[in-house]
Design a protein around this ligand. Structure first.
Ligand code: G4P
Length: 533
């Protein structure tokens, strides 16, 4: 196959939203339209067993939230679509951040009644900083929501981004009948089919001047629509792909993931307009282009024990350049060692499909022999670059952990180390005690609960954990000063997995106190608030 064509037809994106905006439902409907599933679960069915096809782990089913991200692939009208699913819960924001590193664009999902919510805002900023093109889908149009013009306004006021509505809702709030497409100037009117969104929606499409469309709409709705269009054309922005690609303009769509209203139209326009796989920056500041012949990829997610019957660990790679072929050996840049990318798989719902060949933009899961960490670069031997580092979020919640049963220390340590390689937790050690003790740092409370759950379920170890009073972790420069660090009475000196010194304190004041008392002591800068989601 022609690699250029293969790159051109790929779309790799993530859906970002505040919990409950309908991300799981929209993902499912994209799969329905993509032919990857044939019948979507109805709202009722989903309520009784609240998990979608993208949920894997037992804990997700129990809690009904998407804890881990998954990757789903399907073909649609010649496109190869890779959807990166991101956890909605804010305690897993770091996982979301890493997933966005693997995306070339993002779909921002908004609940029509609620508008821009806190988590939408944070995730928007992450995308914006990475200059990812953002497409907006306003969901839940089957019920009363805010006025579409107000929502456009809110995007500009709250997020600072102008919107260009491509699809515009036709009808009255709560009873929309269809969408008007501003690019090809057609109206699509939907038929009620009584399937509650389980099947694709039937519709009639025609030009606005079409007598049949006019009649279907009725004089009043027709006039309202014409007025809206006139207003949008006069007062709104011109459509500019350049601005979209620079993340300055967001193409906007309206619909209902539940009833399938507007989903097909959104999917088709989105695939047409969104970018194909893009280059990635190296630590050295060079760009690796997808068209380059040499294979390169990075690890953005590690998932252990996805299938209890396998008990294995899978690393998810985003291919940046070159062609992946089954059985190939590449260089693991961090260790300089050759690794065979064994058991390569792609993911379709709960099925794993073996991969023979994959191209830039694709996500593949490979068997992880235990050497991969989040952010690792894989490249062909002889290459020298590393992809730019993933930002590490300083944890804000800390606990000292040990196995309840000391005979299970081995499993406990294995679990703690593997979960930290996965990026599920950060692990620190206290060196000065007789027995090495582990301190776990997390960004959100729920991560600690998941740690406890997973250690029990996957490593058969119960955890004793003692919460520590600290809320700030700062990596230290000037490590030679560390031995005689003064003023750390209310803090703790620990070491991360690369043995770098880190101080744990409970406020900024304590950090200032330390820098005042230790000449030359410096802390590594932390991601800014906007980056920190
Ligand atoms: P999330 O992944 O973003 O968290 O959202 P999810 O798809 O689980 O949807 C959250 C709720 O919103 C679900 O209600 C879902 O059916 C509903 N929903 C999604 N899209 C639409 C839509 O277009 N219109 C309407 N009216 N509802 C929609 P639920 O299953 O009843 O769960 P819950 O409300 O009991 O949590």
């Amino acid at each position: 196959m022609d690699p250029k064509q293969e790159i051109k037809r790929r779309r790799t994106f993530a859906i970002i939203s505040h919990p409950d905006a309908g991300k799981t439902t929209l993902t499912e409907k994209l799969l329905l339209y993509g032919g990857a599933i044939h019948l979507a679960g109805t709202v009722k069915a989903r309520k009784s067993s609240k998990h979608a096809v993208s949920d894997w782990m037992e804990i997700e089913k129990q809690r009904g939230i998407s804890v881990t991200s998954s990757v789903l692939q399907f073909d649609y009208q010649g496109y190869r679509v890779n959807i990166l699913d991101t956890p909605g819960h804010q305690d897993f924001s770091e996982d979301t951040y890493r997933t966005l590193m693997a995306a070339d664009s993002a779909v921002m999902l908004i609940d029509a009644a609620k508008g821009v919510e806190p988590q939408t805002k944070k995730l928007f900023w992450v995308c914006h900083r990475r200059h990812l093109p953002i497409f907006t889908f306003v969901n839940k149009l089957d019920r009363y929501g805010r006025n579409p013009f107000d929502l456009m306004d809110e995007l500009e006021k709250v997020l600072g981004i102008r919107a260009y509505p491509i699809d515009w809702p036709v009808g009255i709030d709560g009873h929309y009948k269809g969408v008007y497409n501003r690019l090809d100037k057609t109206v699509e009117l939907f038929e009620e089919d009584g399937s509650h969104g389980a099947k694709k929606l039937k519709s009639t499409t025609g030009s606005l001047d079409d007598a049949a469309i006019k009649e279907l709409l009725g004089a009043e709705l027709y006039e309202n629509l014409c007025n809206d269009i006139e207003l949008l054309d006069m007062a709104g922005d011109d459509f500019s792909m350049e601005k979209v690609n620079a993340g300055e303009l967001t193409p906007m769509f309206f619909g209902s993931a539940m009833t399938n209203f507007g989903v097909r139209s959104f999917l088709e326009r989105f695939l047409e307009l969104s970018p194909c796989p893009q280059s990635r920056l190296t630590r050295e500041g060079d760009l690796i282009e997808p068209q380059e012949q040499n294979f390169s990829a990075f690890v953005f997610k590690i998932q252990a024990n996805m299938n209890p019957a396998h008990r294995d660990r899978i690393s998810f790679l985003r291919i940046v350049s070159g062609i992946f072929t089954k059985g190939m050996t590449v260089e693991h840049a961090a260790s300089g060692k050759p690794v065979k990318l064994a058991q390569p798989q792609q993911f379709m719902a709960q099925e794993r499909v073996s991969v023979e060949e994959a191209y830039p933009g694709d996500i593949i899961g490979v068997f992880d022999p235990g050497i991969f960490s989040i952010g690792d670069t894989l490249r062909e031997s002889g290459q020298k670059f590393f992809f730019e580092d993933f930002p590490v979020f300083p944890p804000e919640i800390f606990a000292k952990v040990q196995p309840k049963d000391s005979l299970k220390r081995k499993q406990f340590e294995k679990g703690i180390i593997q979960l930290s390689q996965e990026g599920a937790i950060q692990v620190f050690k206290q060196k000065d005690l007789g027995v090495e003790s582990y301190i776990v740092g997390v960004v959100g409370e729920l991560q600690l609960e998941v740690l406890e759950y997973r250690l029990k379920a996957e490593y058969n170890t119960q955890l004793l954990s003692q919460r520590l009073p600290y809320t700030l972790a700062r990596w230290v420069y000037g490590a030679e000063k560390i031995k005689e660090l003064k003023g750390l009475d209310n803090g703790l000196l620990v070491y991360d997995k690369a043995s770098r010194p880190v101080v744990l304190v409970n406020n900024q004041w304590a950090l200032n106190w330390l820098t005042e008392r230790n000449e030359g002591l410096q802390f590594e800068p932390v991601p800014t608030e906007a980056e920190k989601i």
